[in-house]
Design a protein around this ligand. Structure first.
Ligand SMILES: [Zn+2]
Length: 429
């Protein structure tokens, strides 16, 4: 019977063992069910997060591509504006529209114009993604699932925003491309219509013909390079013409013989009363350029972008500039904003036009900074607002004249135009 007790003992231990095993299995079963739910929620959130992230990555990649394209177009537009002399373009509205479309590109595309021709992207980086492993434990998994779900929503929103930006960028870049071509076409039309002065050398005439041909040929390089080459060639033609004229003039017989530059209190005066001889002038003076560079650098440090849109103009350039305005608007109207040959301050090498040759420049942050600070670098806004009766010219917030820091500061502090300050007139006889 010993074996029977032994059997009972075994049977009891076996029963207890089974009972314990059943109990444990029940508890584990409950935990497994809860964990499976948390796990499923976690997997759902992870899957949503992953697909939102993939959409975000795709949008960000296409945004980067559109932005890189837009940067190229904006840089080209900015260079075209820099190299294009507005007075070479008959249709100045085209230039204005190019400026506006460049502004739109900058506004839409998170682009920054550092300086003419230099444009940088300021991309918004996509949120970095990673797929974390499921944490151990039900509470931790639930919390992770909720966090992932919120993250998935944010990523989807960001992807949608990126796609909208891509569309704006592409459309602004398209518009800008069209405007650049319009400026090139306007310059080409100008070139085709321009009469090459008789006295220009054959060498400059040939170079001009080559540049004019290239201007109309997109395969000949970027728009800004073509315009730049065309303008250099045109300037060379005019310089060679002016040199020939000056040589003739020195040879005698010219009406320039009795004309000398006029200085009042040591200041060279060029206005409607006082003119320069045709031979005068040879580019912007070193002092003028150095002072501009100091002003440009300080302005840039404050976020203001300044550039010279139109600098020195020779007598013969002014002949064609003034004649084209006079034939378009009549000489009375042209006299209000453009000088007759010999009467342009641009021929002095001491004056230039900044940025945008429109009244609106006076209302930009750049224009306002220039009005308040140019004297510290030796410049005055030569034709102030409300002084047309004295200076002979409408308000030209873009046209600066170099006088040196002392004189410019004295004129600025006086609140007077240069004519009033010196007590001189400006009128054609
Ligand atoms: Zn000017």
């Amino acid at each position: 019977m010993g074996s029977s007790r032994k059997d009972r003992a075994i049977a009891r231990r076996t029963f207890l063992g089974f009972a314990a095993a059943f109990t444990t299995a029940g508890v584990v079963g409950t935990i497994t069910t809860d964990n499976a739910k948390a796990r499923a929620a976690f997997d759902d959130a992870l899957s949503a997060w992953t697909s939102a992230g993939e959409a975000m990555d795709a949008s960000a990649a296409s945004f980067s591509a559109a932005q890189s394209d837009a940067v190229t177009v904006a840089a080209e537009a900015s260079r075209v504006l820099e190299v294009t002399d507005p007075e070479m373009i008959d249709d100045s509205a085209t230039l204005d529209t190019l400026r506006a479309s460049l502004d739109a590109l900058v506004a839409a595309g998170l682009l920054t114009i550092v300086s003419p021709g230099e444009v940088t992207a300021s991309p918004s980086e996509p949120e970095p993604r990673s797929t974390p492993a499921a944490p151990e434990g039900r509470e931790a998994q639930l919390a992770q699932a909720q966090a992932l779900s919120a993250q998935a929503t944010r990523l989807a929103d960001a992807a949608a925003g990126t796609e909208r930006s891509v569309t704006e960028l592409e459309s602004a870049a398209d518009t800008t491309r069209g405007r650049i071509e319009a400026v090139v076409a306007a310059a080409a039309a100008h070139g085709a219509a321009a009469e090459v002065p008789e006295l220009a050398t054959q060498e400059t005439k040939d170079a001009y013909a080559t540049a004019l041909g290239a201007l109309a040929d997109p395969a000949a390089g970027s728009a800004s390079d073509r315009i730049s080459a065309y303008q250099s060639a045109w300037t060379a033609v005019e310089d060679s013409h002016a040199a020939a004229e000056a040589a003739q003039s020195r040879g005698g017989g010219s009406t320039d013989d009795d004309i000398q530059p006029t200085y009042v209190n040591g200041i060279l005066i060029v206005n409607k009363t006082y003119r320069l001889p045709s031979w005068y002038g040879n580019g912007l003076t070193g002092d003028t350029l150095a002072a501009f560079e100091r002003m440009r650098a300080e302005a840039a440090s404050l976020g203001h972008n300044l550039w010279i849109a139109s600098g020195f103009r020779s007598y013969s350039t002014q002949v064609s500039v003034y004649n084209s305005y006079a034939s378009r608007d009549g000489s009375a109207a042209a006299d209000r904003y453009s000088a007759r040959p010999g009467h342009s301050e641009h021929q002095s090498g001491l004056a230039f036009d900044l940025n945008t040759i429109t009244e609106s420049f006076g209302y930009t942050p750049e224009g306002q900074w220039v009005a308040a600070n140019a004297h510290r670098f030796g410049f005055i806004v030569r034709y102030p607002q409300g002084k047309e009766g004295v200076t002979g010219y409408i308000w030209e917030p873009w046209h600066l004249r170099y006088l040196g820091v002392d004189v410019a500061t004295a004129v600025y502090n006086s609140g007077l135009s240069l004519e009033e300050y010196l007590g001189i007139t400006s009128s054609y006889d």
